[in-house]
Design a protein around this ligand. Structure first.
Ligand code: MN
Ligand code: MN
Length: 297
């Protein structure tokens, strides 16, 4: 069993103390960014296991460099904390959602950028709820093999297959881009095109950057946007995805935007015995930390 230590943060939610992401501090003192895990996979439709994502990312992070030549930056230059994993009652979806929203709201209140590690994609719903309350003018970019626009999935309205549908009920679709989708129902694709949120993977980093402009930016990265040859460790792998270089260029293209938050979801590490999926995820967390901490321009 886990040892549930008291929160180190003065926040009104509880975290488990874990190994921290490479280079992170353990508390929020002077931090601009806060990593935290949400080990929840209660609605996974095909293969569960994303609850093990945050721990796998932290464990493997010791094996990557703090310096990134693409950004020419070092993690030592980023003031980021790793708060551990939120304590989420297993199977209790409504409670998990409520706790995640409370944690994110607390971080916004402290002026810290929430950097969420999933977990399945449903965890983005409470993160976006909290973000939207503080930044109603935010724009959202979703990198994902799926649109997640179903109205319900097997009778439930709250699922990783419906999460963007729920989010577009309070974030105007005019403020949402869905990049890289290649799997879903005909209705989802028709809806995405009708809403104007659909972008295929040919979109350039410059086009993404221009779309954001100087609006507050939240990015939700569903790792299955990558081709399964690069990241097989995910619940619903979809062949025909983008390369690591493409995804990293998109993220780098957003450097200097007014970032307000981001999350990385759907790593299911146990489906990849090579652990390369976890390495890929850790490097993307590093890239997101660099991009979201670059000076505004
Ligand atoms: Mn998704
Ligand atoms: Mn997906």
């Amino acid at each position: 069993m886990r040892n549930y230590n008291a929160s180190p943060t003065e926040m009104n939610v509880d975290f488990t103390r874990t190994q921290v992401f490479m280079g992170a501090q353990q508390d929020l003192k002077n931090a601009t960014h806060a990593l935290f895990g949400m080990p929840y996979d209660g609605t996974c439709s095909f293969r569960p296991g994303t609850r093990f994502g945050p721990a796998a990312i932290r464990n493997i992070s010791e094996g990557i460099e703090t310096y990134c030549p693409l950004f020419d930056r070092d993690l030592e230059e980023v003031k980021f904390a790793d708060l551990g994993d939120l304590i989420l009652p297993p199977g209790a979806k409504d409670d998990a959602i409520e706790i995640i929203e409370r944690a994110a709201a607390d971080l916004f209140k402290q002026g810290v950028i929430p950097c969420g590690l999933g977990g399945e994609h449903l965890i983005s719903l409470p993160l976006l709820r909290a973000a939207h309350k503080v930044h109603p003018e935010l724009v959202l970019i979703q990198f994902d093999a799926h649109l997640d626009l179903r109205d319900d999935y097997l009778g439930t309205h709250l699922s990783h297959a419906t999460v963007l549908r729920r989010i577009t009920e309070f974030v105007s679709p005019a403020r949402v881009l869905q990049v890289g989708p290649r799997s879903g129902t005909r209705e989802e694709f028709q809806l995405s095109k009708k809403l104007g949120t659909y972008r295929d993977s040919s979109i350039t980093p410059d086009a993404l950057r221009n779309w954001v402009g100087d609006r507050p930016l939240y990015v939700t990265l569903d790792l299955d946007v990558l081709d399964p040859s690069i990241l097989p460790g995910t619940g619903t792998p979809e062949p025909g995805g983008v390369t690591f270089a493409t995804l990293e260029a998109w993220i780098r293209g957003l450097s200097g935007c007014k970032w307000i938050g981001w999350d990385v979801v759907e790593l299911s590490p146990d489906y990849d015995v090579s652990q390369v999926s976890s390495v890929v995820s850790a490097k993307l967390v590093r890239s997101l930390l660099f991009s979201s901490s670059a000076p505004h321009c």
